[in-house]
Design a binder for this molecule. Structure first.
Ligand SMILES: Cc1cc2nc3c(=O)[nH]c(=O)nc-3n(C[C@H](O)[C@H](O)[C@H](O)COP(=O)(O)OP(=O)(O)OC[C@H]3O[C@@H](n4cnc5c(N)ncnc54)[C@H](O)[C@@H]3O)c2cc1C
Length: 410
């Protein structure tokens, strides 16, 4: 008798509620029917072609609107219910194509961050508009994720920022530029901008403000060509005396560092979910291939070392998913989100995706390297995770600095 036991779609999953089941089925179908074929096609286009009118990116973004993943509507749910639904949906979409899932996710960032800042009016203003989050700058990538300089080198100074705002009466006036890495920047309608602020001649962190990207003085760079996650466009944003009403402010200098920390604590597990999706996709492809491919007169899964390698992929995917979900559930219910937990989730999930994608590619042998099979794309996609949303090294330093209990220090 076979000892084989079929597991649910997302592995060791306790029974889902009716709503969770419905979301999982809908997003899985969307991932299979729309995202996977579109992802393969878009990955091979140039960055310019990918965002051009008529590209399948627009079909995916339009159809994704029909999935019913409105954050302002979801905000009405119980916190645990909300984050479980988001986690289940995000994993399926990312399993379909992590770049496209990212493109859908970043559109929600301005709403998400307005809600974190407690600005309901801005959340409603941004709902339904394509969004992006601009924090990093050409000369300040990791620096911008550490506004209080908690992880700066001894004697190190972050120096002059590339983008500075000032408050003038009832307006915020913005000058400068953000890095070429702002996800969704070339297609977004609104931006959650996090930048420095000039107060009484002193430039300091910072300010967070919602900027409509059709405002006079805003311009954009070309979409970036890059290694993986090619279906998620990136590009610079330039601000030349851009004026935004003060009512668009999410945080000023007193609350900015707190908002950056809460934003990272929210974004990190979401990015983690993208890479749980990548890891699971890679594992499933390897598992299927191991049943099909014959060497030594048997399907390769009959070789003990192949089974053992598959087992470690399975184990890592389960562990990464469990940690990401746990961090999200903790943060949704705790009085204050734990950035160390979010960073641990993101670092674990992205490291897992890279390891699993690499091992899965190896299982395909030479076929893993070719464009005929899905592994080379998944491997490229997995590689971006270690940098996106904060380099894993920087997140580990930030997470580690949050473990210091000053009361226990002499
Ligand atoms: C796919 C993708 C999507 C992205 N999306 C966005 C987005 O939506 N919005 C946005 O604003 N940005 C985005 N980014 C930018 C991303 O956040 C930055 O690339 C990242 O924070 C690192 O910054 P950097 O590239 O300038 O590298 P740097 O900060 O220059 O780092 C270079 C190296 O130095 C190390 N390092 C830097 N500082 C320290 C330190 N204090 N201690 C120890 N080591 C350090 C880093 O670990 C890294 O290895 C995205 C990036 C990628 C790859």
């Amino acid at each position: 008798m076979s000892q084989y036991q079929e597991l649910p779609l997302s592995g060791l999953e306790p029974p889902l509620s009716e709503m969770e089941k419905a979301i999982q089925e809908t997003t899985h179908r969307f991932a299979v029917e729309v995202m996977r074929p579109a992802g393969v096609e878009l990955d091979r286009l140039s960055a310019e072609e990918m965002i051009a009118p008529g590209s399948r990116l627009w079909e995916v973004l339009d159809k994704a609107q029909g999935l019913g993943l409105s954050l302002t509507a979801m905000a009405e749910l119980e916190p645990i219910e909300r984050v479980r639904l988001l986690a289940i949906a995000s994993e399926e979409l990312s399993w379909g194509d992590a770049g496209l899932a990212g493109a859908i996710l970043v559109n929600h960032f301005p709403v998400m961050y307005s809600l974190i800042a407690g600005n309901q009016a801005m959340a409603e203003y941004c709902e339904g508009k394509r969004g992006c989050w601009a924090i990093t700058e050409p000369d300040h990538g990791s620096d911008m994720l550490d506004p209080q300089a908690h992880v700066a080198a001894n004697g190190g100074r972050y120096g002059r920022p590339n983008c500075v705002a000032r408050i003038d009466g009832d307006k915020v006036i913005i000058n400068g530029q953000k890095s070429a890495w702002v996800s969704g920047a070339t297609t977004a309608e609104v931006c959650a901008l996090y930048c420095h602020v000039e107060v009484d001649g002193e430039v300091k962190p910072g300010i967070s403000v919602i900027v409509p990207l059709d405002a006079p003085g805003v311009s954009r760079g070309k979409p970036l060509e890059k290694l993986g996650i090619r279906c998620l466009n990136q590009g610079e944003l330039y601000f030349d005396n851009v004026e935004v009403p003060l009512s668009h402010l999410l945080a000023g200098p007193e609350t900015y560092a707190d908002l950056v920390e809460k934003t990272l604590a929210e974004a990190n597990p979401h990015v983690g979910l993208m890479f749980v999706g990548v890891a699971r996709a890679a594992y499933e492809h390897a598992l299927a291939y191991a049943h099909e491919r014959r060497q030594g007169g048997v399907a390769i899964i009959q070789h003990q070392s192949v089974r053992q390698r598959l087992f470690h992929m399975f184990r890592k995917v389960e562990a990464a998913r469990a940690l990401v979900r746990r961090a999200m559930e903790y943060n949704a219910t705790a009085p204050r989100p734990a950035l160390q937990g979010s960073a641990a989730a993101k670092v674990t999930a992205t490291q897992t995706a890279l390891e699993v994608a690499s091992d899965a590619l190896q299982m395909f042998g030479g076929n893993g390297m070719t464009l005929e099979y899905p592994m080379e794309k998944l491997f490229r996609d997995a590689r971006s995770g270690l940098i996106a949303d904060g380099c894993n090294e920087l997140l580990a330093l930030k997470g580690g600095s949050l473990l210091i209990n000053p009361d226990l220090l002499a």
